[in-house]
Design a protein around this ligand. Structure first.
Ligand code: PRX
Length: 649
């Protein structure tokens, strides 16, 4: 870990931003931060008051490290906060979701209509036997029904587990089995780059090995009834049929603040993804507080967060945050460059998007399309831009500021994680002075710091990013594995939450996130565990051993490079390499497709048997050997290893 931190610190180039960005930090705003920091719990309690509660909490925080309970004794329902509380106001007839499918189909759904659908679907889930506490898996494209499904689960107190629609059948199966979900909600197909994604077919494959699933609900995304879709009698049921039969009103469950709202699987440092557990009161409080403060949403805003609901960003900033605030949110189903590179800007122009939130990888892709891009598009409706998911390089930040923001929109670079539930380190627009490439300072009420390998705080310089106190949206545990929760997050620096990220801190106290220092990679903003990809590779009959590392990439941030030792009797060939690639895609999904597979005769290991990942990274980037396509000669690896060991000592 230390070695990776040092490499990241070395690699981070210095960048001189234009003068207007180098003024003294957060002029005039220190007071806000100071005031909150001395009354942290009061600040969070005030944020929680913005929600609608059935009964108020008795205690703001109960902290028995590493377990936190927020708003102890309070009762609420997340769907009431996103819907019911708006329908007695003018927001009732406001558009909640402006949806656009990739093929060009469009829908505008008001809060009242969404409320209707959520109520009906909540009753439909009940009719399938789903009860409070039962887990429901959701495997859908970015269609309004995904939001309906999540809120319907929340309404009856059934925690949802959304699985990104780009995941393969095996990945879906493992997540369903781990959460022991009772019902799976999917669609016949989704659309991506003009292709149909056969979600139901994947779901069928997955469900063949998930004994816990009793029913599969299928949304008909295709207009014409698809003959290719197999509906298993007694198990599978069409969404539209269920909805036609369901009662119009479903009384919301009165839930404890610590009732589990959802679990969401994310990659860790082992082959098995972790089910991150979020509960209702604290998560909703942070979702609403951060959406309000960071995006500064006003009733007239048209807000577009490009994330898929399969990720935490989609949960917090497509669904729960904006809907709880009664905002109008744009949801787009497909690829940003389909059918052409103007798609994103067409959407911004058509709906008059005012607040736009995306990932650095998308910004870098836009940059590549040329200086004239976006051409002939009126982006003057935009007033605020956001970024999330990976470190943004200052050049991309400046491009975003100039070409998209017309030099008038503030940029919020927001650092957070699946585990944190909501934004943790970010500027506040109009309050915090930004520096291109820095996520700036912690959100009010959040306490972050950097520590060295011994856990000693680092005021200025490089270190490991930790949280020193609990926050409302924090994960409560890992589903079914509290031991892993303690070990993973709380054991490296006792008493502090370890994020897995390295960062630098400057003289103004600003944080510059460097990226992961553990075995988690970030490919185009998607979090992928090296071990997950390694397990997928060794499950192929020709593979004896595999090691996966990240290689820097100018658009995706990082790409995967796999080193593979073949079993005896198997030989490297272009066909085998293709086959291995496809195998990873079948096991995990296209997001885990290795960019390069290097066949090697041995993997360089230390005397204690640890794979020398730095050497592999240097080979993958060409710094160790120049351009290597095969390392099949054991002497090559041995010689390199010797050289590295000599350098190390
Ligand atoms: O490395 C950090 C990076 O994304 C990781 C969390 O990934 P995930 O749980 O998938 O959540 C992504 C969306 C919240 C972090 O450990 N990361 C996220 N935001 C930033 C970031 N790195 C730098 N700057 C950011 N703004």
């Amino acid at each position: 870990m230390e070695e990776k931190l040092q490499t990241l610190l070395r690699e981070k180039r210095t960048f001189r931003p234009p003068r207007e960005f180098t003024r003294a930090a957060h002029v005039g705003s220190k007071a806000i931060y100071k005031e909150v920091s001395s009354k942290r719990l009061r600040f969070w309690a005030n944020q929680a008051r913005e929600l609608t509660w059935f009964s108020k909490w008795k205690k703001v925080l109960e902290w028995k490290p590493p377990h936190a309970k927020w708003f102890v004794g309070g009762r609420l329902n997340a769907s009431v906060n996103c819907l019911d509380r708006h329908i007695d106001t003018a927001t009732r007839n406001k558009v909640a979701i402006l949806w656009e499918g990739e093929p060009g189909d469009r829908r505008a759904i008001t809060y009242w209509e969404l409320y209707r659908d959520v109520n009906r679907f909540a009753n439909a889930l009940k009719s399938l036997g789903v009860k409070r506490g039962d887990r429901v898996a959701i495997y859908l494209p970015m269609i309004p029904e995904a939001v309906v499904a999540m809120l319907a689960c929340a309404r009856i107190g059934a925690p949802h587990s959304v699985v990104f629609g780009g995941f393969a059948a095996h990945a879906l199966r493992d997540r369903i089995n781990d959460a022991k979900a009772k019902v799976l909600i999917t669609a016949d197909v989704g659309y991506r780059r003009g292709q149909q994604v056969l979600l139901k077919r994947n779901a069928d494959q997955a469900v063949a090995e998930t004994p816990c699933i009793e029913h599969v609900v299928v949304v008909r995304r295709e207009e014409a009834p698809s003959t290719q879709i197999h509906m298993e009698p007694d198990r599978d049921v069409w969404y539209h049929r269920l909805m036609a039969d369901a009662e119009a009103y479903c009384k919301p469950a009165v839930l404890d603040a610590e009732h589990m709202l959802f679990t969401l699987y994310t990659s860790g440092t082992t082959g098995k993804p972790k089910g991150i557990v979020h509960t209702t009161g604290g998560y909703m409080t942070q979702a609403v507080a951060t959406t309000r403060w960071v995006f500064d949403l006003k009733p007239e805003d048209v807000y577009w967060c490009m994330a898929d609901i399969g990720w935490i960003t989609g949960h917090t900033y497509v669904v729960y945050g904006p809907l709880a605030l009664g905002a109008t949110a744009v949801i787009y189903e497909g690829a940003p460059d389909w059918p052409d590179r103007d798609r994103v800007w067409d959407i911004v122009e058509r709906y008059g998007v005012t607040v736009f939130y995306t990932a650095p990888t998308a910004i870098r892709a836009f940059m590549k399309w040329g200086p004239e891009h976006p051409k002939n598009r009126d982006l003057s409706s935009l007033r605020l831009l956001g970024t999330v998911g990976e470190p943004i390089n200052p050049e991309a930040w400046m491009w975003y500021h100039r070409n998209i923001g017309g030099e008038r929109c503030p940029i919020v670079d927001t650092w957070w994680q699946t585990e944190t539930g909501g934004i943790m380190i970010t500027p506040l627009p109009g309050v915090t002075t930004t520096k291109p490439g820095s996520a700036t300072i912690p959100f009010p009420g959040i306490e972050a710091e950097l520590v060295d390998a011994n856990g000693k705080p680092v005021k200025v310089g490089g270190g490991y990013l930790v949280m020193t106190s609990p926050w409302p949206g924090m994960l409560r545990t890992i589903y079914g594995d509290d031991k892993r929760y303690r070990e993973q997050y709380w054991s490296r620096f006792p008493g502090k939450y370890f994020t897995g990220d390295g960062a630098k801190r400057d003289e103004d106290g600003y944080f510059w996130i460097l990226g992961r220092v553990d075995d988690v990679l970030n490919v185009a903003g998607h979090r992928i565990g090296t071990m997950e990809v390694e397990s997928a590779l060794v499950s192929h009959p020709s593979v004896a051993e595999a090691a996966v590392v990240g290689r820097p990439h100018d658009v995706k941030g990082q790409v995967l490079v796999a080193f593979v030792i073949l079993r005896s009797g198997h030989h490297a060939s272009p066909a085998l390499l293709d086959d291995l690639e496809e195998h990873v895609v079948t096991e995990i999904g296209a997001i885990a497709r290795p960019e390069d597979i290097i066949i090697t005769a041995e993997l360089p290991k230390t005397r204690s048997g640890k794979i020398m990942r730095r050497l592999l990274r240097d080979i993958a980037t060409g710094t160790a050997l120049g351009d290597v396509t095969t390392l099949a000669d054991p002497a090559v690896v041995a010689a390199l290893k010797e050289k590295y060991e000599a350098n190390e000592s």
